[in-house]
Each structure stands twice: as structure tokens, then as C-alpha cells.
Design a protein around this ligand. Structure first.
Ligand code: NDP
Length: 272
């Protein structure tokens, strides 16, 4: 019998996850189905319980349910530093959860774009769920320094404190306001804010983009004001499509134990 999976969100119509997972299944010969399911804003848990009752094996979780999903995960499966999960496995009466966004971003930067994070000066813009999910995986690659900046600067400071309380200043990790970036330069600048969705420019000086800098926007599908500013400042620009496919590949691996090739799927989506 085919193993059933789904992605749950609200809204969900725009999701590319069904196309990606169907491509992975065809490529690897795994017998799965994968569909997009719209959950009511107050009905995430009920939707998950209904999927479990119908025999689904797992689900991806997207906006706005990633934080709520963590509450459903069996306590012994929760890493202490996790704030959100995007990949659920249904194992008997237990729900296991993982976050694959960070792995997806790091793989896209290092393997697909060929840029090593070790030793680089990294600027992370944003302190929402996406920024929080990628922070530890970025630090694991040992950048020379990492600065987090956010409109609500307290949130960036809280992220820094949380990491430093566990890691005892093993690296240079700081938070600052957008307005304090005028003297700083970075090799990797990552936009993890949702400003691309509203075509809003970020109040950052173009001097943050060092010579040879890569500017990475987690958003995909069109050029954002951040990408435009970075391109005009001479930076190499990348969107988040590769991250999307890489985080999906990690979820597929968690579910099926098989690692699909991502390049053909990234190319398929880019040419669509
Ligand atoms: P959240 O809602 O959790 O966080 C939004 C972030 O954007 C906050 O830091 C918020 O700042 C900031 N922000 C929003 N509006 C403005 C503004 N006008 N000016 C400055 N900052 C602003 O969203 P997520 O973290 O879940 O997602 C962020 C982005 O990442 C989205 O575009 C999403 O599509 C993308 N994403 C892409 C993925 C991929 O695979 N490619 C995976 C996950 C996310 P404040 O705290 O001050 O409100």
C-alpha cells in the first residue's frame, strides 16, 4: 500500500512541496503519495490527528503552524534548542519532529552555491522562525563571526543569549539594530525576514556587502528589494529555491531513509 504524506499550512495553495516530493518519489522509486492540506487556523492539531487516524506516515508543516507543531512532538524527541519543527513522523502513538530548514540552507550555500561558511563574516537579517531555525546549523559551520539584526532588536538579542548560554562564547555572535550596521562588512548576508512578501526594502546600508559577498534571500519566485539592493552593490545574489528543495530532501531522507538528488528538481522548478 502507498505510504501517505502531506504538507499542512494556511494558506497552502502556493506550496511547491507536492511537486518536489513527487519528483523525489519518481526519482528514487519510493511508493508514496504527497498532497497539500489546508488546515483551519484554529484546527492544526485536529488536522494532524485526522491524518494519523487515516494512516498517514508523516507531514511537513509550514506557516503558521511550525511553532504549534513542536507542542505535538513527543517530549523525549525534542531538542532543547528547537523552537519550531517542519517535519513530523507518525510512529504508532508517537509524533516525532525535526527541523530541516537549517540543513537545507547550509547545503544550498555550501554544496549548490559552492561557498564555504567556515571563516566567513555572516550577517543574518531577521529573528523570526526561519532565522531561529537556521542559526545553530550556520554556527555549526564555524563562521568567523555572525551578527543578527532585526527590526525588533530584542528578539535578535534573545536568540544570541540563548545560544551563548549553552556555548560559552566559542565564537563571535552578536545582535544589533539595523541602524548600527554602517561600519560593518560581511561575506555572507542572509535575508530571513518576510519583507520580500510585501516588497519592502530593509533599512540596511549597501556597505554591508563586502567584495565578493553572497546575498542570500530565503524568499524565492521573484526579485525582492533586498536582492535588487545587493545586486546593485555588486554582490552575488541567490534566492531560497535551493533551500526549499534541500530542506524537502532532508525530510524525505528522514521519512524514507533514501537521499534524493536535488539538482534535477531545482532545475525542474526553475524552468517551470
Ligand atoms: P516570521 O513571521 O516568523 O518572521 C518574520 C521576520 O521578518 C521577523 O524577523 C520580522 O521582524 C521581519 N519583518 C517583517 N516585516 C518587516 C519589515 N517591514 N521590516 C523589517 N523586518 C520585517 O517569518 P519566517 O521566519 O517563518 O519566514 C521568513 C521568510 O523566510 C519568509 O519570506 C519565508 O517565506 C521564508 N522562508 C523560506 C524557506 C525556504 O525554504 N526557502 C523556509 C522558511 C522560511 P520583527 O521580529 O520585528 O517582526
Amino acid at each position: 500500500m502507498v505510504d501517505k504524506y502531506a504538507v499542512i499550512g494556511n494558506p497552502i495553495g502556493h506550496s511547491k512541496s507536492p511537486i518536489i516530493h513527487k519528483a523525489f518519489a519518481e526519482q528514487t522509486g519510493e511508493d508514496i503519495s504527497y498532497e497539500a492540506i489546508l488546515a483551519p487556523l484554529d484546527g492544526f492539531e485536529a488536522t494532524i490527528q485526522s491524518l494519523i487516524a487515516q494512516g498517514y506516515k508523516g507531514a511537513n508543516v509550514t506557516v503558521p503552524f511550525k511553532f504549534e507543531a513542536l507542542n505535538l512532538v513527543y517530549p523525549s524527541n525534542r531538542a532543547l534548542d528547537e523552537v519550531a519543527v517542519n517535519t513530523l513522523r507518525f510512529l504508532g502513538g508517537e509524533i516525532r519532529g525535526d527541523s530541516t530548514d537549517g540543513t537545507g540552507l547550509v547545503r544550498d550555500i555550501q554544496q549548490n552555491l559552492g561557498i564555504t561558511i567556515a571563516g566567513k563574516r555572516v550577517l543574518l537579517l531577521g529573528a523570526g522562525g526561519a532565522a531561529d531555525g537556521v542559526l545553530q546549523p550556520l554556527l555549526n559551520e564555524l563562521p568567523a563571526s555572525l551578527v543578527i539584526t532585526n527590526r525588533t532588536v530584542d528578539k535578535a538579542q534573545t536568540m544570541v543569549k540563548k545560544i551563548l548560554s549553552k556555548n560559552h562564547n566559542a565564537f563571535s555572535l552578536t545582535a544589533c539594530a539595523f541602524g548600527n550596521l554602517s561600519d560593518a562588512q560581511f561575506d555572507i548576508v542572509i535575508n530571513a525576514t518576510s519583507t520580500g512578501l510585501t516588497d519592502t526594502a530593509l533599512p540596511i546600508p549597501s556597505s554591508v556587502f563586502a567584495n565578493g559577498c553572497i546575498a542570500y534571500d530565503m524568499m524565492y519566485g521573484r526579485e525582492t528589494p533586498f536582492m535588487k539592493q545587493a545586486r546593485e552593490a555588486g554582490a552575488q545574489v541567490a534566492d531560497g529555491l535551493g533551500m526549499l528543495v534541500e530542506q524537502a530532501a532532508e525530510a524525505f531522507y528522514i521519512w524514507r531513509g533514501v537521499r534524493p538528488r536535488t539538482q534535477p528538481v531545482i532545475q525542474q522548478l526553475r524552468s517551470a
